[in-house]
Design a protein around this ligand. Structure first.
Ligand code: 1HE
Length: 258
Protein backbone atom coordinates (compact mmCIF):
# COMPACT_ATOMS: atom_id res chain seq x y z
CA UNK A 1 0.00 0.00 0.00
CA UNK A 2 1.19 3.49 -0.69
CA UNK A 3 -0.21 6.67 0.70
CA UNK A 4 1.37 10.08 0.82
CA UNK A 5 0.22 13.42 2.15
CA UNK A 6 -1.10 14.19 -1.33
CA UNK A 7 -2.81 10.84 -1.86
CA UNK A 8 -5.01 9.24 0.77
CA UNK A 9 -5.86 5.56 0.82
CA UNK A 10 -8.63 4.14 3.01
CA UNK A 11 -9.66 0.51 2.97
CA UNK A 12 -13.29 -0.07 3.90
CA UNK A 13 -13.96 -3.78 3.66
CA UNK A 14 -13.79 -4.75 0.00
CA UNK A 15 -13.61 -1.13 -1.16
CA UNK A 16 -10.51 1.05 -1.46
CA UNK A 17 -11.07 4.80 -1.42
CA UNK A 18 -8.18 6.64 -3.07
CA UNK A 19 -8.35 10.42 -2.79
CA UNK A 20 -6.23 13.09 -4.46
CA UNK A 21 -5.51 15.35 -1.50
CA UNK A 22 -4.10 18.65 -2.79
CA UNK A 23 -7.28 20.72 -2.57
CA UNK A 24 -5.33 23.98 -2.24
CA UNK A 25 -3.86 23.30 -5.70
CA UNK A 26 -7.13 21.87 -7.05
CA UNK A 27 -5.52 18.41 -6.92
CA UNK A 28 -3.04 19.32 -9.65
CA UNK A 29 -0.97 16.27 -10.53
CA UNK A 30 2.66 16.78 -9.59
CA UNK A 31 5.12 14.09 -10.66
CA UNK A 32 5.12 12.82 -7.08
CA UNK A 33 1.34 12.50 -7.11
CA UNK A 34 1.36 10.66 -10.44
CA UNK A 35 3.94 8.21 -9.06
CA UNK A 36 1.85 7.78 -5.90
CA UNK A 37 -1.23 6.96 -8.01
CA UNK A 38 0.81 4.31 -9.78
CA UNK A 39 2.18 2.63 -6.68
CA UNK A 40 -1.13 2.81 -4.81
CA UNK A 41 -3.00 0.93 -7.52
CA UNK A 42 -0.06 -1.46 -7.97
CA UNK A 43 -0.04 -2.32 -4.28
CA UNK A 44 -3.71 -2.56 -3.36
CA UNK A 45 -4.29 -5.37 -0.86
CA UNK A 46 -5.67 -8.54 -2.44
CA UNK A 47 -8.81 -8.27 -0.27
CA UNK A 48 -9.92 -5.18 -2.22
CA UNK A 49 -12.53 -5.91 -4.91
CA UNK A 50 -13.32 -2.40 -6.21
CA UNK A 51 -11.94 1.13 -5.82
CA UNK A 52 -13.29 4.68 -5.74
CA UNK A 53 -11.10 7.53 -6.97
CA UNK A 54 -12.06 10.89 -5.50
CA UNK A 55 -10.60 14.38 -5.23
CA UNK A 56 -10.54 16.42 -2.01
CA UNK A 57 -12.29 19.81 -2.07
CA UNK A 58 -14.45 21.39 -4.75
CA UNK A 59 -12.61 19.97 -7.76
CA UNK A 60 -11.76 16.46 -8.91
CA UNK A 61 -8.50 17.46 -10.59
CA UNK A 62 -7.01 20.50 -12.38
CA UNK A 63 -4.62 18.37 -14.45
CA UNK A 64 -0.87 18.54 -14.77
CA UNK A 65 0.83 20.64 -12.08
CA UNK A 66 1.80 23.53 -14.34
CA UNK A 67 4.36 24.80 -11.82
CA UNK A 68 6.45 21.72 -12.70
CA UNK A 69 6.17 22.27 -16.44
CA UNK A 70 9.66 23.41 -17.19
CA UNK A 71 11.67 23.41 -20.37
CA UNK A 72 12.14 19.79 -21.28
CA UNK A 73 13.98 18.54 -24.30
CA UNK A 74 12.17 16.08 -26.53
CA UNK A 75 13.64 13.03 -24.79
CA UNK A 76 12.68 14.24 -21.31
CA UNK A 77 9.18 15.11 -22.54
CA UNK A 78 8.83 11.64 -23.98
CA UNK A 79 9.78 9.98 -20.69
CA UNK A 80 7.51 12.30 -18.70
CA UNK A 81 4.55 11.32 -20.84
CA UNK A 82 5.48 7.63 -20.56
CA UNK A 83 5.59 8.03 -16.77
CA UNK A 84 1.97 9.20 -16.88
CA UNK A 85 1.10 6.32 -19.20
CA UNK A 86 2.56 3.78 -16.78
CA UNK A 87 0.60 5.28 -13.86
CA UNK A 88 -2.72 5.47 -15.68
CA UNK A 89 -2.24 1.95 -17.05
CA UNK A 90 -2.19 0.82 -13.41
CA UNK A 91 -5.57 2.49 -12.94
CA UNK A 92 -7.15 1.03 -16.07
CA UNK A 93 -5.46 -2.36 -16.01
CA UNK A 94 -4.89 -2.68 -12.27
CA UNK A 95 -6.37 -5.32 -10.00
CA UNK A 96 -9.92 -3.98 -9.61
CA UNK A 97 -12.61 -1.89 -11.30
CA UNK A 98 -12.29 1.81 -10.47
CA UNK A 99 -15.20 4.22 -10.05
CA UNK A 100 -14.33 7.93 -10.35
CA UNK A 101 -16.30 10.42 -8.24
CA UNK A 102 -16.25 13.56 -10.39
CA UNK A 103 -17.05 17.08 -9.25
CA UNK A 104 -15.89 20.56 -10.21
CA UNK A 105 -12.95 20.72 -12.60
CA UNK A 106 -12.12 17.55 -14.53
CA UNK A 107 -9.63 19.16 -16.83
CA UNK A 108 -6.47 18.35 -18.73
CA UNK A 109 -4.63 15.50 -17.08
CA UNK A 110 -7.53 15.26 -14.62
CA UNK A 111 -9.77 14.25 -17.51
CA UNK A 112 -7.09 11.84 -18.70
CA UNK A 113 -7.06 10.28 -15.22
CA UNK A 114 -10.87 10.08 -15.13
CA UNK A 115 -10.84 8.44 -18.57
CA UNK A 116 -8.61 5.65 -17.23
CA UNK A 117 -11.30 4.71 -14.68
CA UNK A 118 -14.01 2.20 -15.58
CA UNK A 119 -17.07 4.06 -14.33
CA UNK A 120 -17.39 7.84 -14.00
CA UNK A 121 -20.01 9.35 -11.71
CA UNK A 122 -20.38 13.12 -12.15
CA UNK A 123 -22.31 15.56 -10.02
CA UNK A 124 -23.91 18.70 -11.43
CA UNK A 125 -20.89 20.88 -10.48
CA UNK A 126 -18.67 18.91 -12.86
CA UNK A 127 -17.12 20.48 -15.94
CA UNK A 128 -14.73 19.05 -18.51
CA UNK A 129 -12.05 20.86 -20.50
CA UNK A 130 -8.73 20.29 -22.23
CA UNK A 131 -6.82 23.56 -21.69
CA UNK A 132 -3.69 21.99 -23.18
CA UNK A 133 -4.66 23.64 -26.48
CA UNK A 134 -4.60 27.09 -24.88
CA UNK A 135 -1.37 26.37 -22.98
CA UNK A 136 0.45 25.50 -26.19
CA UNK A 137 0.93 21.85 -25.29
CA UNK A 138 -0.75 18.53 -26.08
CA UNK A 139 -2.25 15.77 -23.99
CA UNK A 140 0.37 13.35 -22.70
CA UNK A 141 -1.39 11.13 -20.18
CA UNK A 142 -3.12 8.78 -22.59
CA UNK A 143 -5.88 11.26 -23.40
CA UNK A 144 -5.40 11.02 -27.16
CA UNK A 145 -6.19 7.31 -26.90
CA UNK A 146 -8.84 7.17 -24.17
CA UNK A 147 -10.84 10.38 -24.59
CA UNK A 148 -11.87 9.78 -28.24
CA UNK A 149 -13.17 6.38 -27.09
CA UNK A 150 -15.52 8.18 -24.70
CA UNK A 151 -16.66 11.17 -26.76
CA UNK A 152 -15.20 10.75 -30.27
CA UNK A 153 -12.14 12.38 -31.85
CA UNK A 154 -14.21 15.25 -33.35
CA UNK A 155 -15.44 16.46 -29.93
CA UNK A 156 -11.96 16.16 -28.44
CA UNK A 157 -10.41 18.13 -31.30
CA UNK A 158 -13.07 20.83 -30.87
CA UNK A 159 -12.33 21.08 -27.12
CA UNK A 160 -8.61 21.52 -27.74
CA UNK A 161 -8.93 23.82 -30.75
CA UNK A 162 -11.52 26.16 -29.22
CA UNK A 163 -11.20 25.75 -25.46
CA UNK A 164 -14.79 24.52 -25.27
CA UNK A 165 -15.92 23.55 -21.77
CA UNK A 166 -18.59 20.88 -21.29
CA UNK A 167 -20.90 21.32 -18.32
CA UNK A 168 -22.11 18.30 -16.37
CA UNK A 169 -25.39 17.64 -18.20
CA UNK A 170 -24.08 17.96 -21.74
CA UNK A 171 -20.94 16.12 -20.63
CA UNK A 172 -23.00 13.13 -19.59
CA UNK A 173 -24.86 13.19 -22.91
CA UNK A 174 -21.53 13.38 -24.78
CA UNK A 175 -20.22 10.29 -22.98
CA UNK A 176 -17.79 11.60 -20.36
CA UNK A 177 -19.72 10.05 -17.48
CA UNK A 178 -22.12 7.11 -17.17
CA UNK A 179 -23.94 8.61 -14.15
CA UNK A 180 -25.05 12.15 -13.27
CA UNK A 181 -26.17 12.93 -9.72
CA UNK A 182 -27.07 16.10 -7.76
CA UNK A 183 -24.31 18.39 -6.45
CA UNK A 184 -22.25 16.85 -3.67
CA UNK A 185 -23.48 13.29 -4.25
CA UNK A 186 -20.91 11.81 -6.63
CA UNK A 187 -18.77 10.27 -3.88
CA UNK A 188 -21.69 8.55 -2.15
CA UNK A 189 -22.99 7.24 -5.48
CA UNK A 190 -19.51 6.05 -6.48
CA UNK A 191 -19.18 4.12 -3.22
CA UNK A 192 -22.63 2.56 -3.73
CA UNK A 193 -21.62 1.49 -7.25
CA UNK A 194 -18.24 0.17 -6.10
CA UNK A 195 -19.97 -1.96 -3.43
CA UNK A 196 -22.23 -3.42 -6.11
CA UNK A 197 -19.27 -4.09 -8.44
CA UNK A 198 -17.40 -5.79 -5.57
CA UNK A 199 -20.16 -8.43 -5.42
CA UNK A 200 -19.34 -9.71 -8.91
CA UNK A 201 -17.20 -12.78 -9.45
CA UNK A 202 -13.57 -11.57 -9.63
CA UNK A 203 -13.05 -13.24 -13.00
CA UNK A 204 -16.05 -11.40 -14.44
CA UNK A 205 -14.58 -8.11 -13.25
CA UNK A 206 -11.22 -9.11 -14.72
CA UNK A 207 -12.88 -9.91 -18.05
CA UNK A 208 -14.60 -6.52 -18.07
CA UNK A 209 -11.55 -4.46 -17.10
CA UNK A 210 -8.76 -6.35 -18.89
CA UNK A 211 -10.36 -8.26 -21.76
CA UNK A 212 -13.30 -6.13 -22.94
CA UNK A 213 -11.33 -2.95 -23.84
CA UNK A 214 -8.79 -5.05 -25.73
CA UNK A 215 -11.43 -7.11 -27.50
CA UNK A 216 -13.16 -3.88 -28.53
CA UNK A 217 -9.92 -2.82 -30.27
CA UNK A 218 -9.33 -6.12 -32.06
CA UNK A 219 -10.44 -6.93 -35.58
CA UNK A 220 -13.76 -8.78 -35.30
CA UNK A 221 -12.43 -12.26 -36.09
CA UNK A 222 -9.72 -11.95 -33.40
CA UNK A 223 -12.19 -10.35 -31.00
CA UNK A 224 -14.61 -13.25 -31.33
CA UNK A 225 -11.85 -15.70 -30.48
CA UNK A 226 -10.60 -13.68 -27.49
CA UNK A 227 -14.19 -13.38 -26.29
CA UNK A 228 -14.67 -17.14 -26.55
CA UNK A 229 -11.47 -17.81 -24.59
CA UNK A 230 -12.43 -15.32 -21.87
CA UNK A 231 -15.98 -16.70 -21.66
CA UNK A 232 -14.69 -20.25 -21.29
CA UNK A 233 -12.29 -19.28 -18.51
CA UNK A 234 -14.89 -17.20 -16.63
CA UNK A 235 -17.62 -19.84 -16.76
CA UNK A 236 -15.29 -22.63 -15.65
CA UNK A 237 -14.62 -20.94 -12.30
CA UNK A 238 -16.33 -22.68 -9.35
CA UNK A 239 -17.87 -19.35 -8.32
CA UNK A 240 -19.57 -19.00 -11.71
CA UNK A 241 -21.01 -22.50 -11.48
CA UNK A 242 -22.34 -21.75 -8.00
CA UNK A 243 -23.94 -18.49 -9.14
CA UNK A 244 -25.71 -20.20 -12.04
CA UNK A 245 -26.89 -22.99 -9.70
CA UNK A 246 -28.19 -20.36 -7.26
CA UNK A 247 -30.29 -18.80 -10.01
CA UNK A 248 -31.64 -22.10 -11.31
CA UNK A 249 -32.60 -23.15 -7.77
CA UNK A 250 -34.31 -19.82 -7.03
CA UNK A 251 -31.72 -18.40 -4.63
CA UNK A 252 -30.42 -15.54 -6.80
CA UNK A 253 -32.00 -12.21 -7.67
CA UNK A 254 -33.77 -11.87 -11.02
CA UNK A 255 -32.97 -9.04 -13.39
CA UNK A 256 -35.05 -6.13 -12.10
CA UNK A 257 -36.89 -3.89 -14.55
CA UNK A 258 -35.70 -0.64 -12.94
C1 1HE B 1 -2.65 24.92 -10.15
C2 1HE B 1 -3.29 24.22 -11.20
C3 1HE B 1 -2.47 23.44 -12.06
C4 1HE B 1 -4.79 25.28 -10.08
N1 1HE B 1 -1.15 23.42 -11.83
N2 1HE B 1 -1.33 24.87 -9.98
N3 1HE B 1 -4.49 22.46 -16.19
C5 1HE B 1 -5.02 23.67 -16.42
O1 1HE B 1 -4.65 24.41 -17.30
C6 1HE B 1 -6.10 24.11 -15.43
C7 1HE B 1 -5.58 25.24 -14.56
N4 1HE B 1 -6.46 25.54 -13.45
C8 1HE B 1 -7.59 26.26 -13.59
O2 1HE B 1 -8.04 26.61 -14.67
C9 1HE B 1 -8.31 26.63 -12.32
O3 1HE B 1 -7.38 26.56 -11.25
C10 1HE B 1 -9.53 25.72 -11.96
C11 1HE B 1 -10.65 26.00 -12.97
C12 1HE B 1 -9.17 24.24 -11.98
C13 1HE B 1 -10.03 26.03 -10.52
O4 1HE B 1 -10.26 27.43 -10.40
P1 1HE B 1 -10.34 28.09 -8.92
O5 1HE B 1 -10.70 29.54 -9.12
O6 1HE B 1 -11.19 27.24 -8.04
O7 1HE B 1 -8.86 27.95 -8.31
P2 1HE B 1 -7.55 28.83 -8.60
O8 1HE B 1 -7.58 30.08 -7.74
O9 1HE B 1 -7.32 29.03 -10.06
O10 1HE B 1 -6.39 27.86 -8.10
C14 1HE B 1 -6.10 27.66 -6.72
C15 1HE B 1 -4.63 27.40 -6.63
O11 1HE B 1 -4.34 26.18 -7.33
C16 1HE B 1 -3.79 28.46 -7.31
O12 1HE B 1 -2.55 28.53 -6.61
P3 1HE B 1 -2.26 29.69 -5.52
O13 1HE B 1 -0.87 29.39 -5.04
O14 1HE B 1 -2.41 31.00 -6.27
O15 1HE B 1 -3.32 29.52 -4.46
C17 1HE B 1 -3.53 27.88 -8.68
O16 1HE B 1 -2.36 28.39 -9.29
C18 1HE B 1 -3.36 26.43 -8.34
N5 1HE B 1 -3.61 25.56 -9.48
N6 1HE B 1 -4.61 24.46 -11.12
C19 1HE B 1 -0.62 24.12 -10.82
N7 1HE B 1 -2.98 22.72 -13.06
C20 1HE B 1 0.01 14.57 -18.96
S1 1HE B 1 -0.16 16.02 -19.74
C21 1HE B 1 -1.50 16.83 -19.05
C22 1HE B 1 -1.47 18.27 -19.48
C23 1HE B 1 -2.41 19.10 -18.67
O17 1HE B 1 -3.05 18.64 -17.76
S2 1HE B 1 -2.49 20.73 -19.16
C24 1HE B 1 -3.83 21.40 -18.26
C25 1HE B 1 -3.38 21.92 -16.94
Amino acid sequence: MTATQDLQLEIDGEIAVIRLNRAAKRNALSDGLVLAVRSTFENLPSTVRAAVLDGAGDHFCAGLDLSELKERDAGAGLHHSRMWHAALEEVQYGPVPVVAALHGAVVGGGLELAAACHIRVADTTTFYALPEGARGIFVGGGGAVRIPRLIGAARMADMMLTGRVYQAEEGERAGFAQYLVPAGQSFAKAVEIARRVAQNAPLTNFALTHALPRIAEQPADQGFLTEALMAAIAQSAPEAKQRVRDFLEGRAAKVAKS
